[in-house]
Design a protein around this ligand. Structure first.
Ligand SMILES: Cc1cc2nc3c(=O)[nH]c(=O)nc-3n(C[C@H](O)[C@H](O)[C@H](O)COP(=O)(O)O)c2cc1C
Length: 181
């Protein structure tokens, strides 16, 4: 059941020094291309990076939260063309999440690196920096990067007792489910 995958899923930031096989990469790409998008506009572009030198550059995209990419054998930059869809952020986010979940299903670990709305330094945004590294044409922007590889850390899924069920209301905000409903 899909819920079992979700129960196990965690963000993984430590990876074995082992490449992701071509077959698994192909499935990751297929999964991303099957992502739903508003009006089927599919405004995303995916840049698949396995070259160490380029990955090392991506790992410095922002001061916090990207450095773990240095140890990842595979990074997929989820880019989009905002001219193709006003809800490109949602579309790209869904595709990035699908990559994260498909990676888990393939026995791989992965973690999202937020790129949109982050700074590289005082001169450049993280998206501008990544666009330079990946030679994105004008008009394309990167929303997120997903670092993927064989996990070198193991994390238990979040226990059900930790889930914030109090954030869920029924019929109207703030109303808890009736006992027995
Ligand atoms: C929109 C979004 C942005 C994130 N950005 C980063 C990031 O830049 N760097 C990072 O290491 N993790 C990032 N994460 C992973 C979260 O830190 C992680 O999902 C959260 O701490 C919960 O942990 P879990 O995924 O293991 O349940 C991001 C996750 C999401 C959904």
């Amino acid at each position: 059941m899909f819920i079992e995958l979700l129960r196990e899923r965690r963000s993984i930031r430590k990876f074995e020094d082992r490449p992701v096989e071509r077959e698994k990469l192909d499935l990751l790409i297929e999964a991303a291309l099957r992502a739903p998008s508003s009006m089927g506009r599919a405004p995303w572009r995916f840049v698949v990076v396995t070259e160490r030198e380029t990955i090392d550059k991506l790992a410095t995209a922002k001061p916090h939260g990207a450095a773990f990419l240095k140890g990842a054998p595979l990074v997929i930059a989820v880019c989009a063309d905002p001219r193709e869809a006003d809800v490109w952020v949602e579309d790209a986010s869904i595709a990035a999440l699908i990559l994260h979940l498909e990676a888990h299903d393939l026995g791989l670990g992965s973690c999202w690196v937020q790129t949109r709305l982050r700074d590289h330094d005082e001169q450049q945004t993280a998206a501008e920096y990544v666009a330079g590294v990946l030679e994105l044409p004008a008009g394309l922007t990167v929303e997120a990067m997903v670092g993927i590889g064989y996990a070198a850390e193991s994390k238990p899924g979040h226990p059900e007792s930790s889930l914030p069920y109090g954030k869920v209301s029924y019929q109207r905000h703030g109303t808890q489910r009736d006992v027995g409903a």
